[in-house]
Design a protein around this ligand. Structure first.
Ligand SMILES: Cc1cc2nc3c(=O)[nH]c(=O)nc-3n(C[C@H](O)[C@H](O)[C@H](O)COP(=O)(O)OP(=O)(O)OC[C@H]3O[C@@H](n4cnc5c(N)ncnc54)[C@H](O)[C@@H]3O)c2cc1C
Length: 506
């Protein structure tokens, strides 16, 4: 049986590998000339820019995501970097009791706890309470997220019994989802620590996100792959082809052909049809439901999101990439600088922090003695950039230039060492992510989890009214990211295999 898969991002390739393992003949159609979708990178002169991940959940053993990745890709082929600190940043106008203005967000919980107890002994109770929550979450990582297996009744009963232990987590999530790090910070007496807790992330985040991220980092299971995101995507594409899958690059799908209530093939841009028995779309969900299927199969809830409120969509990015002829080995890998005067983006967003990634830990990205840097800016104004590029390209280029100049002026105030050493610059915008991957508003991770991290979304892996069309990808679970792309691919492959073959093997 032939399955045509739309999109050669991580989800499309992962679905392809699982289905190849289950005896299907599959073909992935990717519009771009390289696989990976958002999981990408590119070269400018001597420099390679990492366009995506700083951490891959499941890179290390001990959690379910590691098992899933290894089902489709031998992770031992990759080398992962684990950082001692997640980020370090200056706390404006304040110092700790030793006179230091820099706060260290350590990845290991014991080290972080010890550090905070040292700088803010008066907050011992709250510090220990916080770290205890992270340790509590840690107990559940081995069975999260629950997954489908094809196994005997006894084995599946045993697995499900194991899942009962997750019940207290439901209450835990419910309780903590209401609180953000800004609100949590108010419980601390020490002014330096209180302010630092509000600066742990780019923006205000719900506490469960903080706990989970800390917990994964503490367990050493979320590393950065040397070679960067494109290298990772290429390895996945290689694995897909080694499993017998056919990867067709540079081919844009126009629509899904439906006859008598069933998909019969993909209609390509040149109007040819690629026949198949099943379709899996791992492309943008709105494109799939409203363009490829012409709205006919949209549910009422999906219709509501035809023109989604921008808050519902996970941030896109403007990222300024730099190629620098300095090694910067002594710099932290990730620094958050607070700005005295905010930077204004042409899209109207203002920023009072600079998020600076120094890739001094990946020697493959720049020649010896040189380094790449990325300064990123989250934005919800994807539409501004996409429309500007489409309607007035010279103005788009001009606005990018102005924004870049503003960023560089502020950056060089913080890192004066850069002056005269920047050899290459490249600024991406939401229009870049939209153009290369088709994601709504250039979203980097699908839906925003919004005020409730457990909130349901208007999508399922199936399409109402069509029993041989499936969806996969980061739009299937709010919050998105690479692990979600993988997990949704696995769930979709499970569903399709069970339906067609009555079984699923991994
Ligand atoms: C700057 C940045 C940093 C990130 N950092 C991290 C991180 O550290 N950790 C993490 O877990 N996640 C991170 N993410 C998120 C992660 O990259 C995405 O959630 C994930 O890659 C999504 O994969 P996907 O396959 O679901 O979708 P996509 O990558 O969007 O893939 C969809 C594919 O479909 C193709 N396509 C679309 N329409 C068509 C069509 N009509 N015909 C043919 N092909 C089509 C697109 O070209 C694309 O290749 C980051 C994202 C960005 C942008």
């Amino acid at each position: 049986m032939k399955v045509n898969i739309i999109g050669g991002g991580v989800a499309g390739l992962a679905v392809g590998i699982y289905l190849q393992k289950n005896g299907f003949e599959t073909e992935v159609f990717e519009q771009h000339t390289v696989p990976g979708g958002l999981c990408t990178g590119w070269k400018r002169g001597d420099y390679t820019f990492n366009g995506c991940m700083h951490w891959l959940l499941g890179s290390g053993k001990g959690i379910a995501f590691n098992t899933f990745w290894n089902e489709i890709l031998d992770l031992s082929q990759l080398e992962f970097v684990l950082h001692k600190e997640r980020v370090q940043f200056d706390v404006p106008d304040l110092t700790d009791r030793h006179g230091n203005s820099v706060f260290h967000f350590y990845n290991e919980i014991d080290q972080f706890e010890k550090y905070m107890l040292d700088i803010a002994p008066e907050d011992e109770k709250m510090i220990r309470y916080w770290m205890d929550q992270v340790r509590y979450v840690g107990q559940y990582l081995d069975c999260l997220p629950p997954a489908f297996y094809d196994e005997s009744f006894i084995a599946s009963t045993r697995r499900n019994m194991h899942l009962i232990k997750l019940l207290p987590m439901v209450y835990f999530m419910f309780k903590w989802s209401k609180l953000t790090n800004y609100q949590f910070a108010e419980n601390f007496k020490n002014p330096f620590l209180r302010k630092a807790i509000t600066l742990l992330y780019e923006k205000e985040v719900r506490m469960p996100i903080l706990f989970f991220v800390q917990c994964y980092a503490n367990k050493h299971v979320a590393g950065y792959p040397i070679g960067s995101s494109l290298h990772f995507a290429k390895k996945l594409a290689e694995s897909y082809q080694q499993h017998g899958g056919k990867l067709t690059l540079g081919q844009c799908v126009n629509s899904i052909d439906i006859e008598e209530g069933r998909a019969v093939g993909l209609r390509m841009e040149d109007n040819t049809q690629r026949p198949c028995d099943f379709v899996v779309s791992a492309a943008d969900w709105r494109w799939t439901i409203f363009r490829a299927l012409g709205e006919k199969y949209a549910t009422k809830e999906q219709m509501f999101y035809k023109n989604p409120p921008k808050e519902a969509i996970f941030y896109s990015y403007c990222i300024l990439y730099l190629g620098v002829d300095l090694d910067l080995k002594k710099y932290p890998h990730f620094i958050r600088y607070s700005l005295e005067n905010p930077i204004f983006s042409p899209d109207g967003t203002s920023y009072d922090r600079l998020e600076v990634h120094v890739y001094n830990y990946d020697p493959t990205l720049a020649p010896e003695g040189k380094v790449t840097i990325a300064v990123d800016f989250q934005t919800r104004e994807g539409e501004f950039w996409i429309n500007l590029r489409k309607n007035d390209y010279p103005q788009y280029v001009q606005k990018k230039k102005e924004f870049q100049e503003n960023i560089l002026a502020e950056l060089e105030k913080k890192m004066s060492v850069l002056s005269g050493h920047i050899e290459v610059t490249d600024l991406t915008t939401p229009a870049s992510y939209h153009r290369y991957t088709g994601n709504t508003l250039g979203s980097s991770q699908g839906w925003t989890p919004q005020d409730n991290v457990m909130k349901s979304i208007p999508l399922k892996p199936t399409v109402k009214g069509l029993d041989n069309v499936f969806l996969a990808g980061h739009w299937l679970v709010a919050g998105g990211g690479l692990p979600i792309a993988l997990k949704s691919a696995r769930d979709t492959a499970w569903l399709l295999s069970k339906k067609a073959n009555g079984k699923f093997v991994v």
